[in-house]
Design a protein around this ligand. Sequence first.
Ligand SMILES: [Zn+2]
Length: 223
Amino acid sequence: MTYSAHDLAVILAASPLMLSISKPRPEQLRAAIAQQARNGGLDAALAICSYDMGRYPDAGRRRLAAARRLVAQLGTQYFQSAEEELDDPRALTVYQPFADLIAWADKRIENRTRRTHWRGSLLIHAGRQLDQSPIARELSAGRALPGVQGAIIATARVVGCHRAQQDTTGRWCCQPHGFPLFWHWELADICPLARPVPAIGERNLWKPKPQQLAAVRAVQAGA
Ligand SMILES: [Zn+2]
């Protein structure tokens, strides 16, 4: 589901409350969304909702690009807060050697038992545990990988997520990095950090602390 700039113009035009508020508070947004659900249908309301809550779910990138164009046309800062939130990354702890295979090699699929609706910036955190499974050894064989543990080592983006699937010949998708039966988180724009930023990891997606984020930005800026 994507929305053209024209669709968004229609949606926003039907919502004078939102256009009159440059940085709406959550309760104002909820009121606007409820109004929008009545005026423009639930899909339209959800599209607005997804920007405003910063959750940025499936199909978000193209919609956001359309929204940015629309913002330029309308001369409003309406989406500014949503864009700011997109720069608010999440982090994912990945055991070595898989974290290094993302940061320094060609792994663009992360295998998880749960799907994710997160789309946007992701910090790759190398966990303090080592995965010693045969597949881990096989995929890292012959590669000179730094092997740093307990640190944020790269930035990335989550651009999609799908369940592992087989083609008609029984071959599984995303070989060799995607594993059968898992959810495949699709990563892009991998950028290894010149210097690892020490951090204790967490389960699932986690929100980096302000000082960790500042440290990552300092490394990115060449400090
Ligand atoms: Zn796959």
